[in-house]
Design a protein around this ligand. Structure first.
Ligand code: Q9C
Ligand code: ZN
Length: 341
């Protein structure tokens, strides 16, 4: 399997996120991607190539122009205020506050953020565009007839909606790729999100559409981040009604419960008649993950890969979460090798 990777991910290196009332070192670190790349090489998965630049047009197919311009200029405008720390928001446009875009970077940061864990740094724009390019190059390869591609995307993407960042995500790499697949002839695309956290951004982007099926297996938002989306009764709206499936599972759920949900999701994908599959591949479902509470073991990820291969679809994997840095490489490589076997 081909891997798309760019060193530019290192340019996203936030200092801290707000956890349990204090600023703690970011869980989403450059070492994550380094470990995944090392495992891909060690397992001889296939060629590792540099993504091709696609420019902003395919990003703007999914993301709001105001948001994109904000991300592009935020760091420069933030440092112009005399600050040299990461940019984090300090309030949100919550219920009954006006939905007006503030004029300056301080207010815009609040308007365009979902949480206080997604710092904008000097290299955020470059890293985020490189990740989108990896996903887009992967989509391009699928269009060209490749069976499966791994986009080693960092920063991750599935919490980012058209007009906000959050959950360590800036551009929704998987959604951008799914849209590119649609734009280049794939008629029906399924996006399956197996990250521990609900893919709120991806769901939101495709919620009113029947050409992109979204399915997510995740910790129940009644107790787990991102809390405000990912419930079982979210089925899609308008044209999209019946094209959104959430499988929220109680925190602490066992491996067999997780694989039962996976089987339900795979059945829906087969029924949908997808031409291509995009997998939002988070491995924070691992038992040892420091911020999540499922119980998959390293060999279970091989089983996941094999089950995904059973759909017999052109498949693009986009890396999402996974914060047990030591085992992340083996966990991800197991999915990819399980798929190939
Ligand atoms: N105490 C991804 O996996 N913070 N994002 C959770 C838990 C946000 C995870 C805090 C987690 C975001 C891509
Ligand atoms: Zn996650």
């Amino acid at each position: 399997m081909l891997t798309l990777y760019s060193d530019s991910h290192r340019l996203q290196h936030g200092r801290s996120e707000l956890i349990d009332g204090t600023l703690k070192p970011c869980f989403e670190t450059p070492s994550r991607a380094d470990m995944v790349l090392a495992a891909v090489r060690e397992r001889d998965l296939g060629d590792v190539i540099h993504p091709r630049r696609h420019g902003l047009a395919p990003i703007l197919r999914v993301h709001d122009e105001g948001y994109v311009r904000f991300l592009e200029t935020a760091w420069q405008r933030w440092t112009a205020l005399g600050r040299d720390c990461d940019a984090l928001p300090k309030m949100w446009q919550i219920r009954r506050l006006r939905e007006t875009v503030p004029e300056q970077v301080e207010g815009q940061l609040c308007y365009y953020s979902m949480d206080c864990g997604t710092p904008i740094t000097a290299g955020t724009w470059q890293a985020a565009t490189a990740a989108a390019d990896a996903a887009l190059t992967g989509a391009e390869r699928l269009i060209g007839g490749e069976r499966a591609v791994f986009a080693l995307t960092r920063p991750p993407g599935h919490h980012a909606a058209s007009d906000y960042c959050g959950g360590y995500c800036f551009f929704n790499n998987a959604a951008i790729a799914a849209q590119a697949l649609r734009d280049h002839g794939m008629r029906r695309v399924a996006v399956l999100d197996v990250d521990y956290h609900h893919g709120n951004g991806t769901q939101d982007i495709f919620y009113r559409r029947s050409d992109v099926l979204f399915l997510s297996i995740h910790g129940d938002p009644r107790t787990e981040y991102p809390f405000f989306l990912g419930h079982a009764d979210e089925k899609g709206e308008d044209e999209g009604l019946g094209y959104n499936f959430n499988f929220p599972l109680a925190a602490g759920s066992c491996v067999s419960t997780w694989f039962f949900a996976l089987d339900c999701a795979l059945e829906q994908i087969a029924r949908f008649g997808a031409d291509a599959l995009v997998v939002s591949l988070g491995v924070d479902t691992f038992r040892g993950d420091p911020i999540s509470r499922f119980q998959l073991e390293t060999p279970d990820f091989t089983t996941l890969g094999a089950r995904l291969a059973g759909l017999k679809l052109p498949t693009l994997f986009c890396l999402e979460g996974g914060y047990a840095v030591g085992p992340i490489g083996d966990n991800v490589a197991n999915v990819l090798c399980g798929f190939e076997a």
